[in-house]
Design a protein. Structure first.
Length: 342
């Protein structure tokens, strides 16, 4: 009976996701109708929305798939006692290894939300999950390589991005520990309770059962996350198209205002952290070096599409506090860097 209900719920999620995706693809590809006899007139701005929307979705989907499969593997194979055994007992001592752990996994901000959510459900303390949430999308080797190639003529940007991300991840995790003390901040639903109890391997047949469960959890998470990815991509594409950039570029030379503007750009553009360095380098002749660093640090920690995911799976008070802490910490750190080091 329970299995039947799970299957029905999964089917509803899958059907809803597929219908939404098909609708948006048809809606945003109305350019193809221009060559038909009806010759529907489509404003150029909406064709731009179409291009940006599809580019965000196509760019993010592979990383969402990576994230949900890692999340599913954690769900099936990682035992709660392992997390409690290997994490330092002291809350503040656990922050440093969490930051180093983020440097190992090639995961961007598109995929990090389901992974952190699953780790917290498995027993990882909230503040350690926060360190991983804000640090991993920047500190991983893929992002370091892309930043190096985009700014190989000025490696100051690379060093500042990695250094600030490491320090800020620890600081932000510590602040949120003081505020929330590892209280329960996840939103729990019936779907999230599926398969919480680990399966014990007793035979080759049981191993295959685990493999099937991994696929089930991965597909379930993908359809769950995909709905919010599409919504976030759509809103981001609207902002990118209709935002008056000329007005923002006029204040790009001031250290204070340019930093705030580039952080706003990073939030609204919702670029993948593996590719945002090349976009940032294109602003090099207009904005200050410090503001480019703010763009590269703030965007992977907090952007429009992962904010929507955070609101979907975490309590609103936690998400709002998280957004405020990340914004203030990044702005203060970048301004300190500009005033005393750069």
């Amino acid at each position: 009976m329970k299995a039947g209900k799970k299957l029905i719920g999964f089917g509803k999620d899958m059907i809803g996701f597929v219908l939404l995706l098909l609708f948006l693809i048809l809606f945003f590809n109305i350019e193809s109708f221009k060559n038909t006899e009806a010759s529907i007139a489509v404003p150029d701005t909406w064709l731009t929305v179409n291009t940006i929307f599809l580019s965000i979705v196509i760019e993010a989907v592979p990383f969402i798939l990576l994230g949900v499969f890692v999340s599913a593997l954690i769900q099936i194979y990682v035992k709660e006692e392992w997390i409690h055994r290997y994490l330092p007992k002291n809350a503040y001592a656990a922050l440093l290894p969490a930051a180093f752990l983020g440097a190992i996994f090639p995961i961007c901000e598109c995929a990090i939300v389901p992974i952190v959510r699953r780790l917290i459900k498995k027993g990882m303390p909230l503040h350690v999950g926060v360190v991983f949430l804000v640090g991993a999308p920047i500190l991983n080797p893929v992002v370091a390589a892309s930043t190096y190639y985009a700014f190989r003529t000025d490696l100051t940007v690379l060093y500042a991005r990695m250094g600030l991300a490491f320090i800020l991840a620890i600081i932000i995790g510590g602040i949120l520990y003081v505020i929330f003390k590892n209280s329960e901040q996840l939103k729990l639903s019936k779907d999230e309770l599926v398969g919480i109890t680990p399966v014990t391997i007793e035979s080759p047949g049981r191993k295959m059962n685990r493999f099937k469960q991994t696929l089930y959890h991965a597909s379930d998470e993908f359809f769950l996350m995909g709905k919010y990815l599409i919504l976030g991509a759509f809103i981001a594409s609207l902002f990118q198209t209709f935002l008056d950039r000329e007005l923002l570029l006029t204040i790009g030379s001031n250290e204070w205002s340019s930093t705030a503007v580039m952080m706003a750009f990073a939030f609204l553009l919702s670029l993948c952290s593996e590719a945002d360095a090349f976009v940032a380098s294109s602003f090099g002749n207009t904005f200050t070096t410090g503001s480019l660093i703010a763009f590269l640090v703030y965007g992977p920690m907090l952007d429009l599409k992962n904010t929507i995911m955070l609101f979907a799976f975490f309590k609103a008070r936690f998400v709002v506090t998280f957004m405020i802490v990340v914004t203030v910490a990044v702005f203060a750190a970048v301004m300190t860097l500009q005033l005393f080091i750069l």
